[in-house]
Design a binder for this molecule. Structure first.
Ligand code: FAD
Length: 448
């Protein structure tokens, strides 16, 4: 037996929830949200670690204090979410070498400036597409540990120093770390409360179905049929797919008829960033905690090897937690090994920086976004010189199937607010399509 809805939304991350809310607010209440996991939130996920709540996925509200107000910041303010200001820029002045010495400020500043200039030049080369013409000026690639460390933080964290990023241009340059026991995900519960039946913070509405892994989406002229791994079948007039770009690139979902070539090519051409925050709990602090010392860098001859560190004393004083962030190949390497091996590597790095007598970590938490079949990565990473058509094609509906998610946000892909705004935008397009098809209905009936 199948269940029928007007619209099925696949995925209950921020884009899926915001899409459903937009539909409900516009009179389309008969929606069904099918979520693969046992919770809402997707890449916004808290976990209790060392007596506090840490964020495995999104941690910051990025883009605050500018000319326009970031809608996610507004939601957080309404909920009185506890946040704390973060200043990454300090990181470049706390760069440790392998013998525990901090590089002199002047050297760090010069290396940073050189790296920014070279990244800007590279970008220009790509933009003008005349690499040959100016190849003599091509910047040399980073070689020394400090150059590699700076290259890593610049490209994987601070690209705003190189090219304008809409999040910071529109919403402001400040970033706030969510440090609230209720978690970043409480924003989604707050949004869900507006249109789903909840009691004591628990969603008790059968329009949200958890543990429903969608495997097949079959569309015909009259509607769409969705099949889940447990054999359930659902029917609807339209479907909104909010699964990540990594999931779309995998073979978890199959479409019938298959998606057109322009669509599959666009999906495959979008890069996926893997970003892993590893949490380490210690019996006591042994790292500097004064002003400007929240972030520090480890310079190693292997780019990205346990490079970017943060202590959590600003967010949770006395928590004695360090976070080290890995990306891409390093993330995948660490995901494939045991947590004990990762802990041993992290301890060697910390001993390099702070000496052999530091205490051993009492706990470690290693999220695995790459190996999570409902994510397959952390967020979309469009090429620096991205062809606008690529993003348009990723976002474009195919018949009755609409697409949303952070990767469909033209200006804010990769961010929580990107997912939030994309959900609303996709639903607005779908509402327009529904209106048009109603207008066309009498015409069709007449002509048949
Ligand atoms: P998701 O949250 O992925 O939602 C999609 C949902 O679809 C998921 O719940 C998934 O389980 C479900 N799903 C997938 N496949 C199926 C299926 N077959 N059937 C049913 N359901 C399915 N952004 C920031 O703004 N600030 C940050 O500091 C930040 N840091 C980040 C750090 C990490 C480690 C990660 C992973 C992300 C970070 N982001 C950050 C990005 C941000 O988390 C995402 O952009 C945003 O949460 C994406 O929301 P979404 O709704 O598009 O996707």
């Amino acid at each position: 037996m199948s269940t029928t809805a007007s619209v099925i939304i696949i995925g209950a991350g921020i884009s899926g929830i915001s899409a459903a809310k937009e539909l409900a607010e516009n009179g389309v209440e008969n929606v069904l949200i099918l979520e693969a996991t046992d919770r809402i939130g997707g890449r916004i996920q808290k976990q209790s670690f060392g007596d506090v709540s840490v964020e495995l996925g999104a941690g910051w509200i990025a883009g605050v204090g500018g000319k326009e107000s970031n809608p996610v910041w507004e939601l957080a303010s309404r909920l009185n979410l506890r946040t704390c200001f973060s200043d990454y820029t300090n990181a470049r002045f706390n760069i440790y070498d392998r013998s525990g010495k901090i590089f002199p400020t002047g050297l760090a500043a010069d290396s940073y400036k050189k790296a920014v200039d070279s990244a800007i030049l590279n970008l220009k080369r790509l933009e003008t597409q005349c690499a040959d013409k100016i190849s003599e000026e091509a910047p040399s690639s980073p070689k020394t540990p400090i150059e590699l460390a700076i290259d890593f933080i610049l490209h994987d964290f601070e690209m705003a120093e190189v090219e304008p990023i809409s999040t910071y241009v529109d919403f402001g340059e400040r970033e706030f770390l969510v440090a609230d026991e209720r978690g970043y995900e409480s924003l989604l519960y707050k949004m869900a409360e507006d249109f789903l039946f909840t009691s004591d913070g628990i969603i008790l509405d059968n329009r949200l179905k958890l543990n429903k892994v969608v495997r097949e989406i079959e569309q015909s002229r009259n509607g769409v049929m969705v099949k889940t791994e447990d054999g359930s079948v659902y029917e609807a007039n339209y479907v909104i797919v909010s699964a990540s770009i990594g999931v779309l690139q995998s073979n978890l979902l199959s479409f019938q008829p298959p998606l057109p070539r322009w669509k599959t090519e666009a999906i495959q051409n979008c890069d996926v960033m893997v970003y892993t925050k590893i949490f380490l709990k210690f019996p006591h602090c042994f790292w500097p905690c004064g002003p400007g010392q929240e972030f520090f860098i480890y310079a190693h001859e292997q780019r990205g090897y346990f490079t970017f560190w943060q202590h959590m004393e600003n967010a949770y004083p006395g928590s004695n937690i360090l976070v080290v962030t890995l990306t891409n190949e390093e993330s995948k390497r660490v995901e494939a090994q045991s947590d004990e091996e990762t802990l041993e590597e992290a301890m060697c790095v910390l001993r390099d920086m702070f000496g052999p007598t530091i205490p051993y970590a009492t706990d470690i938490l290693v999220p695995r976004w790459w190996n999570n079949r409902f994510q397959r990565g952390s967020y979309s990473n469009y090429p620096m010189i991205s062809d606008n058509q690529l993003q348009q094609n990723i976002k474009a509906p195919t018949g009755r199937i609409f697409f949303t998610g952070e990767h469909t946000s033209e200006k804010f892909s990769g961010y929580v607010h990107g997912g939030y705004l994309a959900g609303m935008e996709t639903s607005k397009s779908l509402l327009e399509e529904m209106k048009q098809s109603l207008l066309l209905q009498p015409l069709l009936d007449f002509t048949e």
